[in-house]
Design a protein around this ligand. Sequence first.
Ligand code: PLP
Length: 399
Amino acid sequence: MSFAPANAIQDILVFGEHGGVNPSIEDSATFTFMSPETMEEMFESGLEGCFLYARHYNPNSRYLAQALSRMEGTESGHVTASGMSAIGCTLLQLCRSGDEIVAARTIYGGTYALLKNFLPRLGITTRFVDITNHDAVRAAITDRTRVLYTETVSNPLLEVADLPTLAEMAHQRRLTFVVDNTFTPLIFTPAAHGADVVVYSLTKFINGTSDAVGGALCARQELVDALMSVNDGAAMLLGPVLDTARSASMLKNLHSLHLRMRAHSRNGLAFAERLASWALPVHYPGLAQHPQHALMRRLMHPEYGFGGMVTLDVGSAENANRLMKVMQEELVGYLAVSLGFYKTLFSAPGHSTSSEIPTAEQQAMGLSQGLIRFSVGLDEDIERTLGRLEQSLRRVGLR
Ligand code: PLP
């Protein structure tokens, strides 16, 4: 049987301090030792089941990391204070001054800015490519390239990366293949298609309640150990720790991720199909006209659907702004960035989450100023929401 990520989470057994069905929340930043010798041993090589200091590991972040690495089928994992810190620490651990990264050009604006503006200050440069053009990816790899970086389904254009082909290309040149799977947890298992590191913004679908920021990376034990090295580990020394109470609450939310992803996908498909039936320019990988629809079908776990992210191009920034204001009034959802909430969230990436990308480059990659990105919610009655959407489109003259 093929890998079943939700079953892997379901089978984790946890015993809290008093036998609780959820792990007890650890309320200490430092931990006692019965002898100085044990402390010394802990510093030198670590001791299974022992904790030293909560920036290194704390029990709750370890439980969450273990559950996520089970979900991804990787040897190990680590959780961090945000998606950006998971991405930043991973890249800093893998690259040093003089190294290059080849990255998809359609990625989250914060990641783009990290690669384009920040890492060059440390001598690490990035070549941005159209990740669906494999000749362009191959041509961008040089002897200095260390990392191939992509999102599984890109933010905000919803391009689907051909993970097995990209993994093969990366491994032929001894690169580490890093995949951000934030838009599609459970839908894709990138490590099964050759990803060496899977990074997440937990802030989105995985936590699902828009009440906290967090990040994670799932990878080989060797890389996680390197990130946590007291001498030169990026996660250990830069210190982006996820608070224990947040780790505990995110683990509890992870338990219902399979139900939520099915509902997001069911509503996302209904939303996209309705917009398409009105002949509006909608992008959704679940629609047959999406350029990577067949590829996604081949790589996904079909039971979780095509995801909750949909985009609609309304032609201009003015149209987008008018429509978003009206949709909020009509209770379609919230005008807000982020994704993976029970309510539908919408924003215009050109002026918000992708504003770090210069306008000329946005145009070159097909990111129009009129593009609205929807994270479709968990609405029980999606027909009611679609009625509100139609009413909103009528009010601004787009239908
Ligand atoms: N990756 C993707 C695809 C994102 O959409 C985001 C945030 O919007 C991030 C990473 C960064 O995550 P965080 O905001 O948790 O730092």
